[in-house]
Write a protein that binds this ligand. Structure first.
Ligand code: IVH
Length: 709
């Protein structure tokens, strides 16, 4: 007879979790790969439930190979999924030297440091490969994964193990006497293929009549993501390690020291990495990398700057999906000259009319470009861009190519200035300029097919509801066929059009059921912040959606608040919501058409509350805080970020809903209001104490990063 979970000791729990991980994995293999189940479904479910219950009581004992981290087991045509304990975030981009100064100024401001304060930065080449995460337990690789969507990746353990560069076990696991030993660490880095190996591989592929790869990055991705790891083993893959994910202890104080530790464990660390004292050194590293770029045997597409001190990294934290303490400085755009055939007007989801240039296709730094954005009507006039012109275009990274200037001496005779239409080209509604806005908008709103289609594309896009298999082409097609007229139709697509979809060219049972499964997964549970972002409310980007989700906590609370007379005022109470944004949000909810749509959407989709899925209570969860006066130990921005990370809401004015006020020096009217309303007032030091439990960077704390703002 098994002991009740409540009575298990830590040791017993750890031993049983190890046993369960092994048993469940064995059953998974028997069931999914051998089609020969060993136990009944009910018994299998009981094992999983027991595992979950023990993990809930001892969250820090959750193993990296825990069955609860696996979403669905490996199937014949796909990789097993791995949930990243600490999400794999992306980096913000800088494009100019001025951007680098601004980035550093922001860091100083956030930390409350003087303008000339020295902040050591580590500068690294930005490797153009694909990122990996590799979890080590006591020096042995247990699970490796791709980045995937940042939250869930693919299990590539067998594939990564074939790369000779990867140390396994780690070289030196007995640590320096003064260091705390690291038992659990997730090392992150980039897998790449050298330029030489890429050329040789392509030659071999061509000789064997097999498909060749467009560039080393694609070759690395195609080689790593092979279901049969034996194929990966034959491919010349290499890697560089450069970051840490989940870790139980961090006995190093700087990123540079961590890189040294990686080297001593046996990881390849890029030899060009340098510590820089100031902007001048960062920029000289950057220029040096541009010069060396072509002579390196691997592709780099920029450099990455990282704050060296980990204590500063922790204070800086994250904004939306990128860290404040690291950034990519992209290499300059590559340019080319081509002919502009036609200027076309594209209608966006908010109705914005954007002129787009159709170009004579031209190769720009290895990518074939046939369109470029012309931004807006004013830009067209300023640059005097005309149909038929010969133009200089440029592209940088993933950014949409742009027209830099016109070579006027090559202008054909008779070329006339472009006349911006005064009606929407998609629906014919009036096109108007709002105030001094440079953008001209279509006034057709939901009667404009282009706005509807763009809205649908946004709704299913990666950072919104992320419905795989419903790409732009399919949205356009399903809309044309009348199967998708609004976002709610997505959730009845299977019921109403399963048969029709199967009749379409290129669709089979497999692709159709993949699509329906992806839709069903989203319907079964989607994050509140994603859901709010997906609605496509003007001015509400990812970061704002996150702030709103955080503030209201649940969809019901948000919707109820937005239906009230004072919706706008409630929004204005949120620190980062300004009057324009508040108007757009309140207007969205006031629109009867949107109310009807939301009602239908919410009966089809389960929207998860914002914080509860982190599985632990944050120290300031449910509290609404107001800051006033001058803080001495940190800046207002930092205090606010810390409060949000600790689960609190930050309001701009004191009301009966305020839980407490943090008062710094020379606090004024807000302090008075708090006293009048009998709202508790705490000092900056008290506030620090309340936060203390979020300051650690233990393995467990890092799990909440996705939810930090
Ligand atoms: S650090 C939280 N360092 O660039 C920061 N990333 O645009 C984690 N990359 O997804 C990333 N070289 O795949 C870092 N030296 C380097 C890198 C690097 C390449 C890639 C990585 C990341 C992407 C972000």
């Amino acid at each position: 007879m098994k002991k009740a979970v409540e009575t298990l000791t830590r040791e017993e729990a750890a031993a049983e979790l190890a046993f369960l991980a092994e048993q469940i994995a064995l059953n998974d293999i028997a069931y999914h790969q051998k089609d020969a189940p060993l136990i009944s479904d009910a018994d299998y479910d009981a094992l999983k439930r027991r595992n979950d219950a023990i993990e809930e009581r001892f969250p820090d004992l959750r193993r990296s190979d825990s069955p609860s981290l696996k979403v669905g087991a490996a199937t014949a045509d796909g990789f097993e999924k791995v949930v990243h304990t600490v999400p794999m975030l992306s980096l913000g981009n800088l494009f100019s030297e001025e951007d680098v100064f601004d980035f550093m100024a922001k860091i100083r401001r956030f930390l409350g440091l003087p303008d000339n304060a020295e902040i050591e930065m580590v500068a690294e080449p930005k490797i153009d490969g694909l990122s990996f995460s590799a979890v080590y337990e006591d020096g042995h690789l247990t699970v490796a994964a791709t980045r995937g969507d940042g939250a869930v990746g693919e299990n590539i353990t067998a594939n990564l193990k074939t790369i000779k560069d990867l140390p396994n076990p780690l070289n030196e696991i007995s640590e320096n006497l003064f260091d705390a030993p690291v038992h659990h660490i997730e090392v992150r880095g980039e897998v790449y293929m050298s330029k030489t190996d890429f050329l040789a591989l392509n030659q071999m592929q061509a000789t064997a009549g097999k498909k060749t790869f467009a560039n080393p990055r694609n070759a690395a991705a195609g080689s790593l993501r092979q279901l049969d790891a034996a194929i990966t083993a034959t491919r010349p893959l290499k890697l560089f390690a450069y970051a840490v994910g989940a870790v139980d202890v961090e006995p190093w104080q700087t990123h540079a020291a961590f890189l040294e530790k990686l080297k001593s464990w046996g990881f390849p660390v890029n030899p060009l990495i340098r510590v820089c004292k100031n902007e001048a050194e960062m920029l000289s590293f950057y220029r040096d990398m541009i010069e060396r770029r072509s002579s390196l045997d691997y592709d780099i597409d920029g450099v990455v700057y990282k704050v060296n001190r980990l204590d500063l990294q922790r204070r800086l934290g994250f904004i939306a999906r990128s860290p404040r303490w690291a950034v990519a400085h992209k290499f300059p755009a590559q340019q080319a000259v081509t002919r502009l055939k036609r200027i076309r007007i594209q209608v966006g989801r908010t109705g914005a009319l954007t002129p787009v240039a159709d170009l004579e296709p031209v190769n720009v730094g290895g990518v074939l470009v046939s369109h470029a954005t012309l931004h807006n009507a004013d830009e067209l006039v300023r640059k005097d861009i005309r149909e038929g012109d010969t133009v200089v275009i440029q592209r940088a990274g993933d950014v949409i190519p742009q027209v830099v200037r016109v070579l006027t001496d090559k202008r054909p005779t008779g070329a006339i200035p472009f006349v911006f239409p005064d009606a929407c080209p998609a629906c014919g509604a009036r096109a108007v300029r709002e105030g001094d806005d440079a953008v001209i908008y279509c006034t057709g709103s939901l009667t404009c097919p282009a706005q509807v289609v763009e809205g649908l594309k946004h709704f299913v896009s990666k950072n919104a509801l992320d419905i795989e298999g419903l790409g732009e082409k399919n949205i356009e097609l399903f809309y044309r066929l009348g199967w998708l007229c609004s976002s709610k139709d997505i959730f009845s697509l299977e019921k109403n059009h399963a048969f029709d979809i199967l009749q379409l060219e290129g669709w089979g049972q497999k692709s159709a059921s993949n699509l329906f499964e992806a839709i069903a997964r989203v319907a079964a549970g989607t994050d509140l912040d994603r859901f709010i972002y997906a609605l496509g409310i003007r001015e509400v980007g990812e970061a704002t959606a996150r702030v709103l989700a955080h503030h209201f906590g649940t969809w019901a609370a948000f919707e109820t608040a937005m239906k009230k007379e004072n919706a706008r005022d409630q929004l204005l109470e949120i620190e980062s919501v300004g009057p324009v944004m508040a108007d757009y949000i309140a207007d969205f909810f006031a629109e009867p058409h949107n109310q009807a749509l939301l009602q239908e959407l919410c009966s089809a989709v389960v929207v998860r509350p914002f914080i509860s899925d982190t599985g632990r209570s944050l120290p300031l969860a449910g509290k609404t805080i107001v800051f006033t006066g001058t803080l001495t130990e940190m800046t207002r921005a930092e205090a606010k970020a810390l409060a949000l990370a600790a689960g609190a809401k930050v309001a701009s004015s004191v009301s009966a809903k305020t839980s407490f006020v943090v008062a710094g020096a020379a606090a004024g009217s807000k302090l008075k209001t708090a006293e009048n309303l009998n709202i508790p007032v705490v000092s900056e030091a008290d506030f620090h104490q309340m936060l203390d439990s979020t300051q650690k960077t233990s393995y467990d704390d890092k799990k909440t990063y996705r939810k930090t703002i």
